[in-house]
Design a protein around this ligand. Structure first.
Ligand code: OAD
Length: 272
């Protein structure tokens, strides 16, 4: 437990107590907004508030599997804009890398599909992409894998790829988890890890989408939980050892790094 619900007390716990060895991070779109990728639910800037041009029945339809089966075009219009490769990791990603470098990162659970954590150098085996990613693509009918370079061509042209198995011909989609699809096995295989954590950090997520939203609750009662987010979410702040850093993610991790004496290291990693 912490001596107080303040940043200095948390920094002492991390750097001086000798008991904070396993940190679990749970993140969402808010850690990537400063890279230029919109989040989903922020009122004016979020993706869902800016999809009028796609003429959808409701905003989330663009990521809904039954809607996609009927009309895959809106998704491929959006994929052109969201496809990884054009964005640079943020300070928040650099902080996750710093924890990994220091051997403190037990797992990074992310809902993001932008692969910016990998790009920041967080080892792949420490990342759980709970909502999948653009890293692989396959046919939604026969599950046959689809070549990456072909996908790139379709995304750039905003055309809809079809299964290369001609007897199938099903729609191909990046292995992003759509509404109506199951999360990857890897998520369920690790969903109890927060129990083993010495510290949980929740950053840049509204915690509205299940089952991801339940992860912070899996942490033990005596485990400190830090929320770095523009708004208070998911009941964080309700436990005795919850610490809230309400504000921008990059600013929040910079404050925490400073309190830990890691500022230079963080900026070096970020500039790399
Ligand atoms: P949301 O858009 O729901 O939430 C983003 C959260 O980050 C909000 O609470 C924002 O206030 C906060 N935020 C935004 N910018 C920030 C910043 N610079 N610093 C700090 N906080 C910031 O995004 P997610 O929680 O990631 O799923 O959404 C969860 C899932 O819903 C996504 O993975 C996606 C979406 O539908 C699928 O597509 C399956």
């Amino acid at each position: 437990t912490l001596s107080a619900r303040t940043l200095p007390a948390l920094a002492d716990y991390i750097t001086k107590s000798g008991t904070c060895k396993k940190i679990v991070i749970m993140s969402g779109a808010g850690i990537s907004t400063s890279a230029g990728i919109p989040d989903f639910r922020s009122p004016d800037t979020g993706l869902y508030a800016n999809l009028a041009r796609l003429d959808l029945p409701y905003a989330e339809a663009v990521f809904d599997i039954s809607y996609f089966r009927r009309n895959p075009h809106p998704f491929y219009t959006l994929a052109q804009e969201l496809y990884p490769g054009r964005f640079r990791p943020t300070v928040a990603h650099a902080f996750i890398r710093l924890l990994a470098d220091r051997g403190l990162l037990l797992k990074h659970f992310t809902q993001n599909i932008d692969c910016l954590d990998r790009e920041a150098g967080v080892p792949e085996e420490l990342i759980v992409e709970a909502h999948g990613s653009f890293a692989r693509q396959s046919c939604i009918e026969c599950r046959r894998a689809f070549p990456h370079d072909e996908m790139l061509r379709h995304v750039q042209a905003a055309t809809v790829p079809r299964c290369l198995n001609e007897t199938c011909g099903g729609l191909v989609k990046p292995e992003i988890v759509f509404f109506g699809e199951a999360l990857p096995n890897e998520f369920f295989a690790h969903a109890m890890l927060p129990r083993e954590a010495d510290l949980v950090i929740v950053m840049g997520t509204s915690l509205t989408v299940q089952p991801f939203a339940n992860l912070p609750r899996a942490a033990g009662r005596g485990t400190p939980r830090l929320l770095i987010n523009l708004e208070q979410v998911g009941g964080l702040g309700g436990r005795e050892d919850d610490v809230l850093l309400l504000g921008d993610c990059d600013e929040g991790v910079r404050k925490l790094a400073k309190a830990c004496g890691w500022s230079e290291e963080l900026e070096r990693i970020w500039r790399e």
